[in-house]
Ligand binder design. Structure first.
Ligand SMILES: NC(=O)c1ccc[n+]([C@@H]2O[C@H](COP(=O)([O-])OP(=O)(O)OC[C@H]3O[C@@H](n4cnc5c(N)ncnc54)[C@H](OP(=O)(O)O)[C@@H]3O)[C@@H](O)[C@H]2O)c1
Length: 216
């Protein structure tokens, strides 16, 4: 599997995953749409990731991580260059959080129940292989989280089995067991897990949990 990761998105998720991939021996380029943020990004990635534009990250990565604000995800993909994503696995961390405040701790989404942000992104870049991942856990727990010996579950979905297998390998390195929720439509169920994950945070300032799927 390729070791070249491009990260489109400069927020805490982009930074956390950039440092996680570096830790696991990958070559990383992280991109921001704001040139003034590049120096800060170099510091936040300890000089170990290359820093550039969204397009630089998309060109560099054989695997591309999308880690922008949900409302900006489509414009970020356009800025990255749809042609630059052709044939590549896109790890989609985004959630469709609306620009409206939570209601009693419940985030509002700009998508409805029978659609998802990832399906829109897959339609925008049909020759890329989107895999939803890292969307249902807080950034503090994205890289080898310690839950006292219990392995948390990462819910993923996507249309391409090969792309999902590559992401499963990465998630195994990052300390997760994988629950594969099928094709892209599975994102209609995975994206709302972020709403559920955030409720204890907004209501009781409790942000230190992750999902675990019990099986027998
Ligand atoms: N924070 C978490 O713990 C967490 C956990 C799971 C999933 N997620 C999801 O991961 C994604 C990233 O979250 P985040 O917390 O790292 O940061 P964020 O603030 O949601 O996103 C930051 C990124 O979005 C870009 N952006 C914002 N507005 C834009 C616009 N109008 N046009 C183009 N780009 C724009 C920023 O561009 P610049 O580079 O130019 O600043 C930056 O790269 C979100 O979709 C979030 O729902 C977050």
């Amino acid at each position: 599997m390729s070791r070249k990761i491009g990260i489109v998105g400069s927020g805490v998720v982009g930074q956390t995953l950039a440092n996680g991939f570096v830790k696991h021996g990958y070559d990383v380029t992280i991109g921001t749409n704001t040139p003034g943020k590049r120096e800060e990004l170099k510091a936040k990635t300890y000089g170990k990731a290359a820093v550039g534009s969204f397009e630089d990250a998309a060109v560099f990565g054989d695997i591309v991580v999308l880690a922008t604000k949900g409302t900006a995800a489509e414009s970020a993909l356009r800025a990255a260059g749809i042609a630059n994503l052709k044939g590549k696995t896109i790890i989609d961390t985004t959630n469709p959080i609306a620009e409206r405040p939570p209601v009693n701790g419940v985030l509002q989404y700009f998508t409805s129940a029978n659609e998802s942000l990832m399906e829109k992104l897959q339609a925008l870049a049909p020759e890329a292989q989107f895999v939803k991942a890292f969307s249902c856990v807080g950034n503090a727990f994205m890289v080898n989280p310690d839950f006292g010996g219990v392995t948390p579950t990462m819910f993923i979905c996507g249309n391409d089995e090969g792309a999902k297998n590559g992401v499963k390998t990465i998630l195994d390195q990052f300390g997760f067991e994988v629950a594969d929720m099928g094709a892209a439509e599975g994102a209609r169920a995975i994206e709302p897990l972020c709403i559920l994950w955030c409720i204890p945070g907004f209501l009781t300032n409790s942000w230190t949990h992750a999902f675990k799927l019990l099986r027998r």
